[in-house]
Design a protein around this ligand. Structure first.
Ligand SMILES: Nc1ncnc2c1ncn2[C@@H]1O[C@H](COP(=O)(O)OP(=O)(O)OP(=O)(O)O)[C@@H](O)[C@H]1O
Ligand SMILES: [Mg+2]
Length: 320
């Protein structure tokens, strides 16, 4: 049954995409295939249990005995679920959530917010490919950096690394403390994030989009209350309406003036990523001077007018 349900669910969620690609027939055929498989299995189940019933009737074992047999078969089925749950209890544990007493960072950590990535590589599964390759960089206290790169370049993965949400090699230290030595909660409590929204939300009806916006506003409110030294924005204003966008931008400007930001607008440093490798890392104006530069090429691809505007903006910001 579950393939039928998940197929239907995915189809309904992606209805706009399905229609725009004219893929109704394809999806219809896929659905029929799942449905056929389900019907076949269900039919077999019913036939077998009826046939078994007749067999028991024919040897005059009826009533409670037949019921007992059915129940034992049912129990065998249900035990599959138990097996699945038990499988989860055997998964390897996450590292400790709290630091051991001798490693506990001070309550005001991080006092400055100096981040140092040292030969940092990241992968999402123990035997998977590296998504980030030996990143070597420093983010100074109060510095704002913007990460650019094509889709899949590893922008969000840098953030995953900061929160230790994947398999890391190399070290990340914040104000001199290697984050791999402290508890996960001790680390994650100290960094505020306003995450990238699920892309799927873009396609779904307004209600979900509102929920997305709401989630970002909650994250922002939390960040303001916590007043952390490090604030991370991952396309924070990508899928919200203009009014909310303005609200978020203003709130960030007002409440995080003293903070370092990986953020939009008024950016001091640009980090250019390509396929998980650090390509360039400098002030946008300086990067734009490099005729063969990666960043310059990306800006050029936005079109003449836009590129001219961006060049001017970078030059203005540089002279400030
Ligand atoms: N949870 C995951 N498990 C396995 N691979 C992943 C996971 N998340 C991302 N990846 C892979 O890691 C690479 C980098 O993805 P990432 O999300 O960091 O890119 P991005 O630069 O943030 O892209 P976008 O601009 O689309 O947000 C991609 O190849 C992606 O397929
Ligand atoms: Mg991303």
């Amino acid at each position: 049954r579950s393939p039928v349900f998940s197929h239907l669910n995915a189809t309904v969620l992606g209805l706009a995409t399905v229609r725009s690609f004219g893929a109704e027939c394809l999806l219809g055929a896929e659905f029929d295939r799942h449905q056929d498989l389900h019907s076949a299995a269900w039919y077999l189940f019913i036939s077998c249990s009826r046939a078994f019933g007749y067999f028991l009737d024919s040897i005059s074992l009826t009533g409670i005995f037949q019921w007992g047999m059915r129940q034992s078969a049912e129990m065998e089925n249900q035990m599959t679920s138990v097996e699945r749950v038990i499988e989860y209890t055997k998964l390897p544990n996450e590292p400790a959530l709290r630091s051991s007493p001798d490693k506990k960072p001070p309550a005001n950590w991080p006092p400055e917010g100096f981040i140092h990535f040292d030969d940092l590589s990241l992968k999402y599964t123990p035997d998977g490919n590296y998504v980030l390759h030996k990143l070597q960089l420093e983010v100074l206290p109060q510095e704002k950096i913007g990460i650019v790169g094509r889709t899949g370049a590893g922008k969000s993965s840098i953030i995953q690394a900061l929160f230790r949400l994947a398999y890391l090699e190399g070290t990340i230290s914040i104000d001199g403390i290697d984050v791999s030595t402290i508890g996960l909660h001790d680390l994650r409590e100290k960094i505020s994030i306003i995450p990238q929204l699920l892309r799927a939300l873009q396609n779904v009806e307004l209600q979900s989009e509102d929920e997305g916006t709401e989630r970002q506003l909650v994250c922002l409110a939390r960040a303001i209350v916590h007043n952390d030294r490090i604030l991370v924005l991952d396309e924070a204003t990508a899928n919200v309406d203009a009014q909310t966008d303005a609200l978020i931008q203003t709130a960030i400007r007002v409440h995080f003036e003293h903070l370092e930001r990986l953020s939009i607008g008024n950016i001091l440093q640009i980090l250019v990523l390509d396929a998980g490798r650090l390509m360039e890392y400098d002030h946008p104006h300086i990067l734009l001077q490099n005729k063969k530069g990666y960043f310059r090429r990306m800006v050029g691809e936005t079109g003449t007018t836009m590129a001219r505007g961006l060049h001017k903006l970078a030059a203005q910001n540089c002279s400030k």
